[in-house]
Design a protein around this ligand. Structure first.
Ligand code: HGY
Ligand code: MN
Ligand code: MN
Length: 407
């Protein structure tokens, strides 16, 4: 097994769930220990470490010409509850392996190379994904981040300080030309590469994500005493909305429309009490922003109708509604040439998952290198990418970092 795979196995021990399920939520003990492990490996090869005010970690290999903008790579190590050990981590530890290999062969980059471990790519704790790259790209500002509160009422600002990140939030955003380019190595989180026997995916576009919170308030009451005709059941309204989410996505004129109700809670959760409240978090995406927005509007309308007919009150909150990212043509062509030279089969493709690249594309020419994962499975404990697939991803990243930093 190659070194990256061994490191990923070690990383997987920093989790609050039983292996192979991985749970690593922002600023928890497991997250901070995992960060410490990453930093120790970076220090082994003398990378210069910097943290920003929210815990983005920058591991830098200074180039010979400090006047040139650095080339950046990186990804995330936080993991949603009961997920897998390759999502994000391949880009962080694979990036480190690419740099380690370049150093080993005596390469001297003209442009610096910066490996980034982004804080909180997953929306798990503070409900919005990519907090690290959103703030770096200026897409999330100080006022907005100060409003973030987790399910236990803990403020983001307090949580970051408790985790040891005290510096000013004003210093997080990077300027547009801070980096020369950004390339993220990541598992595909889909079945295409494996099915087609393709080694490398070259990402041309990243789908446009949106998250909608829906809070429903009905009348509740005694499960025995309230007749069906008199009920204002928030739980049933929520179920109807869940079915509407699926129907709107299926009826969309594009296969790229995907919608999920990933969180659905009811209160008071007593078998003999009619649900008084229901709470849904809805994830709706498409690679085409017009189609996505049309579906969002249709959904908001359906929620209004369902709640009107059922006498249930509702509150909506649009957590995020982002445009898609268009990846940089020069980098895509670069990767096509490099994979050809390496003898790897590659294909251009879209990313249905979002990534930190979605926001890094706002401040730097960006693309992604995808590697196959078994049966396209992700966000599940049986997520898997082989040592060989990872090796080819690292070799491709190494070659493109060398190509972009030698002049
Ligand atoms: O949800 C996503 O697309 C990413 O895995 N956070
Ligand atoms: Mn993920
Ligand atoms: Mn990811």
């Amino acid at each position: 097994m190659n070194r990256v795979h061994r490191e990923l196995q070690k990383l997987a021990t920093y989790s609050s769930s039983e292996f192979p399920a991985i749970t690593r939520v922002l600023y928890t003990k497991e997250d901070l220990e995992a960060r410490g492990y990453f930093i120790s490996l970076c220090e082994e090869i003398n990378l210069r470490i910097r943290f920003d005010a929210i815990g983005n970690i920058f591991a830098r290999w200074e180039g010979t010409d400090l006047t040139l903008a650095a080339v950046a790579t990186g990804s995330h190590i936080d993991a949603i509850p009961l997920s897998g050990m390759y999502d994000g981590t391949v880009g962080v530890f694979g990036g480190l392996a690419a740099i380690r290999d370049l150093k080993k062969e005596g390469y001297k980059p003209k442009r610096s190379i910066e490996l980034i471990l982004f804080t909180s790519e997953e929306p798990t704790r503070f409900k919005i994904g990519c907090i690290g790259s959103r703030m770096l790209s200026g897409q999330l500002n100080k006022e907005q981040v100060l409003k973030l509160v987790d399910d236990k009422g803990k403020k983001f600002d307090d949580a970051r300080k408790k985790a040891g990140f005290f510096t000013s939030l004003d210093d997080v955003a990077l300027s547009k030309n801070h980096y020369h380019s950004f390339i993220e190595l990541h598992i595909e989180q889909g079945p295409i590469l494996e099915k087609e026997g393709t080694d490398i995916g070259i990402v041309t576009r990243i789908a446009a994500p949106s998250t909608l919170k829906v809070a429903l308030t009905g009348q509740g009451g005694h499960a025995g005493a309230v007749l069906m005709k008199d009920r204002k059941d928030a739980g049933v309204a929520g179920s109807e909305i869940m079915l509407a989410v699926e129907k709107i996505a299926k009826d969309s004129n594009s296969d790229d429309t995907v919608a999920t109700v990933g969180i659905f809670d009811i209160k008071p959760r007593a078998v003999n009490s009619i649900p008084r409240e229901a709470y849904l978090e809805i994830d709706l995406r498409d690679t085409n922003v017009e189609t996505r927005d049309k579906c969002l509007e249709a959904l908001k309308h359906r929620i209004k109708v369902i709640c009107g007919l059922r006498g249930v009150d509702y509150k909506l909150e649009m957590v995020n509604c982002d445009p898609p990212a268009i990846c940089e043509k020069m980098l895509i062509e670069n990767l096509e040439n490099i994979t050809k030279k390496l003898g790897f089969k590659s294909k251009k493709m879209i990313s249905r998952a979002y990534h930190d690249s979605l926001f890094m594309a706002l401040i730097a020419p960006t693309t992604m290198i995808f590697i196959p994962c078994k049966d396209g499975i992700s966000h599940r404990p049986d997520e898997y990418s082989s040592p060989l697939a990872i090796e080819k991803g690292v070799m491709t990243l190494k070659a493109v970092l060398k190509d972009l930093t030698h002049s």
